[in-house]
Write a protein that binds this ligand. Structure first.
Ligand SMILES: C[S@@+](CC[C@H](N)C(=O)[O-])C[C@H]1O[C@@H](n2cnc3c(N)ncnc32)[C@H](O)[C@@H]1O
Length: 370
């Protein structure tokens, strides 16, 4: 009976888990990882935008809001209220926007009256322009709360490494959801701003989207969650696939989750490192077919790094650490604490030339037969 290893699986929020399955459950269920919200927007409103985001200080131009940096425009989008649309081609890894919040609120909703008081006080402290921006944001809570609280709960985005608070953002809170999102929102503690990065090249005129889902689940689960929490039927590219393709996509997403769960077995001695790497290699293939380019990529490379380190395999660990770092730079930038940490990890391991290239190198890396 192999002796269980004690190495833990680290979540982006800083919590440690005994295996990847527990981490996945935590990501799925924890409010820490829940994304923003909203309701149908009134498309005629013309908000004055706060001038706190450097790339995107905005000018009101009638029904559309143009950004000075010209990376995006805020405009009405059929069936979605307002949203952000690329004003030019945006390359993968570009920081599309970085914003300080208008104000922060605790994400613990257990004492709703206390929360209501906090929000009311924060709104009172905003200047006139900021108040206009705030009150133009959408409110999916109708009369269930006061309007300020409804808006705050609808649009709050996670802040901080533990995401115990959330922020209200003049522009980032306008970003709509897609299950095949092309951008990623991250709180960057080093610069005290929320950043939005392009996960892939985004064409001029294409909508900029993030995901409101903690993990990409199957079609029916996605639809149920988005309807319950965000009050809309998702008709994104993935959700609009013909039924047969939808089923194949669901099967791939299930397989990704199964592999993610089994990787944890390695750390308990229930899976050989070679088998664990083969599974991760398969998962990368599934990511590619499913067009997934988000934090899953850097997390999977980090898992591969952990496996190599646990096996005392520094040459592979170095390559996986570098790849995790590269993937992290794309979604968060060089100045994020997580990226910087991964860079230090990679640099702490010496590079060993394998004398291999292309397919041969990949076969060596993933322990595949040549
Ligand atoms: C945080 S807000 C996004 C900005 C919002 N569209 C606005 O006009 O301010 C989230 C809300 O936008 C709408 N929304 C977001 N993504 C959507 C989508 N893919 N399809 C339809 N509506 C969407 C929903 O009403 C959702 O509750």
């Amino acid at each position: 009976m192999p002796k269980p290893k004690t190495r833990k699986v680290l979540c982006d929020c800083g919590k440690r888990f005994i295996d990847s399955q527990s981490r996945s459950r935590h990501i799925r269920d924890s409010p820490l990882h829940q994304q923003p919200v909203t309701a149908a927007a009134d498309t005629d409103a013309t908000p004055a935008l706060a001038g706190e985001s450097d790339e995107t200080q905005a000018l009101s131009t009638g029904k559309e809001i143009e950004s000075v940096g010209r990376l995006y425009t805020i405009k009405a989008i059929a069936g979605k209220g307002k949203g952000l649309v690329a004003a030019t081609k945006i390359l993968k890894g570009t920081r599309i926007l970085s914003e300080v919040p208008m104000f922060r609120v605790p994400r613990d909703n257990s004492d709703i009256e206390a929360l209501e008081r906090i929000v009311a006080k924060e709104v009172e402290c905003l200047n006139m322009d900021q108040q206009r921006t705030f009150f133009d944001l959408t409110n999916i809570y109708g009369n269930a709360h006061s309007r300020p609280l409804g808006i705050a709960r609808t649009n709050v985005l996670p802040i901080g490494s533990k995401a115990s608070s959330g922020g209200l953002f003049p522009e980032a809170s306008r970003i709509n959801h897609s299950c095949r999102h092309n951008s990623q929102n991250t709180w960057n503690e080093n610069i005290g701003r929320l950043t939005i990065h392009a996960l892939r090249d985004i064409e001029e005129g294409e909508e900029i989207t993030i995901t409101y889902l903690a993990i990409t689940s199957e079609y029916t689960d996605r639809q149920r969650f988005l309807k319950e929490k965000f009050k809309f039927d998702c008709k994104c590219e993935l959700c609009s696939l013909p039924r047969a393709q939808q089923k194949r996509s669901d099967a791939r997403l299930r397989e990704i989750q199964t592999i993610d769960s089994s990787i944890g077995d390695f750390f308990w001695g229930g899976l050989e490192s070679e088998r664990a790497l083969h599974l991760l290699h398969k998962m990368f293939g599934l990511f590619e077919t499913e067009d997934i380019w988000d934090g899953s990529i850097s997390r999977a490379y980090k898992d591969a790094y952990d496996i190599a380190i646990e096996s005392g395999d520094k040459p592979r660990a170095r390559v996986f650490a570098e790849r995790s770092y590269d993937a992290r730079r794309v979604i968060e930038g060089d100045d994020s604490p997580v990226t910087m940490k991964m860079k230090r990890v990679a640099e702490g391991l010496s590079a060993e030339a394998q004398g291999l290239n292309g397919v041969d190198f990949e076969n060596w890396l993933w322990m595949l037969p040549s």
